[in-house]
Design a binder for this molecule. Structure first.
Ligand code: NAP
Length: 279
């Protein structure tokens, strides 16, 4: 597609969303950055202006979209807003965390998509893009709530891709691996050991694996460049990576076998109640 018309990005006040808003403006889109606080909107506008780019902003909390309507001329919508919660075993996980993750990742995205699709159709087509996570490709323990919410998005995007193809609307799922943002940095925070009870040994192995991913992160601007390339590339596949770690996991997922992957993860993380191997 040509870089023209309006591109809207949710969660554009910081991290990957902010980098993407600036990148899409640099490519030639008229960008509407959706943020939760005016200060964040002003900051992204000023950063754009410093680079000679015009970036508009509006307030949108995807959990409470109110009467927000995507603008006329919409060609690209990027669902980027995302949250993380304490990584906990399902048995000890909190209902409020499950609800928050599904509210932002799934219900927020569904409602905004419902409002945006007529606009994209009026524009003669465009791209609906969502940022999920390459964690959905690996059965990572203690991560069920976040992964389930992102996998729900992945499934709905597949159906949507078929539904809206006749309207020349392309659906794109971006699966980041490690992008250096506040969300990635928080991954190095210790898991709440006191809350982990019999899962403490497992949690310390998970903590090691989590911490290792922090050093692999790419800068948000680099990830944003790859995402913008995929948005503009009409032959891009449904699922794309935006960083080397994501690319490697996506490649392994495409060529691997799911049972083998599960058995490998069980072997990697196996611990028993006494610290030995679980049976
Ligand atoms: N960084 C990674 O390595 C990584 C890996 C896999 C997937 N992802 C995904 O990539 C996306 C971007 O993450 P990031 O790393 O840039 O995270 P981040 O630095 O934590 O930024 C998250 C952004 O989402 C916004 N947000 C959160 N809840 C929102 C809501 N209810 N309504 C509107 N905006 C909301 C935040 O707004 P406030 O500033 O107002 O809080 C912030 O702008 C997320 O979907 C995340 O799940 C990231």
């Amino acid at each position: 597609m040509q870089a023209e018309g309006v591109a809207v990005v949710t969660g554009a006040g910081r991290g990957l969303g902010r980098a993407l808003a600036l990148e899409l403006a640099g490519r030639g889109f008229e960008v509407e950055a959706l943020v939760r606080r005016p200060e964040a909107g002003e900051a992204v506008r000023a950063e754009g202006a410093a680079r000679g780019l015009r970036v508009g902003w509006r307030i949108l909390d995807v959990d409470e979209p109110g009467d927000y309507q995507p603008p006329a001329g919409l060609r690209v919508l990027v669902h980027n807003a995302g949250i993380d919660r304490d990584w906990l075993p399902l048995e000890l996980s909190r209902e409020a965390d499950w609800r928050a993750l599904f509210e932002t990742h799934v219900f927020g995205l569904v409602e905004l998509s419902r409002r945006a699709l007529p606009r994209l159709r009026e524009s003669g087509g465009g791209v609906l893009c969502a940022i999920t996570s390459c964690s959905i490709l690996t059965p990572m323990p203690l991560f069920s709530a976040y992964r389930a919410s992102k996998l729900a998005v992945s499934a709905l995007l597949e159906s949507l891709a078929v539904e809206v193809a006749p309207f020349h609307i392309r659906v794109l799922e971006v699966l980041p691996g490690a992008v250096r943002t506040e969300m990635l940095e928080a991954v190095a925070d210790p898991l709440p050991a006191a809350a982990l009870g019999p899962y403490r040994d497992l949690a310390s192995r998970v903590q090691q694996a989590r911490s290792a991913s922090v050093g692999l992160g790419v800068e948000p601007a680099e990830a944003a460049r790859r995402i913008a390339d995929a948005i503009l590339d009409d032959s891009a596949p449904l699922r794309v990576a935006c960083d080397p770690m994501g690319a490697s996991l996506l490649g392994a997922w495409r060529t691997g076998d799911d049972e083998g992957r599960l058995r490998g993860m069980i072997a990697t993380f196996a611990t028993g109640p006494a610290g030995g191997r679980g049976e």
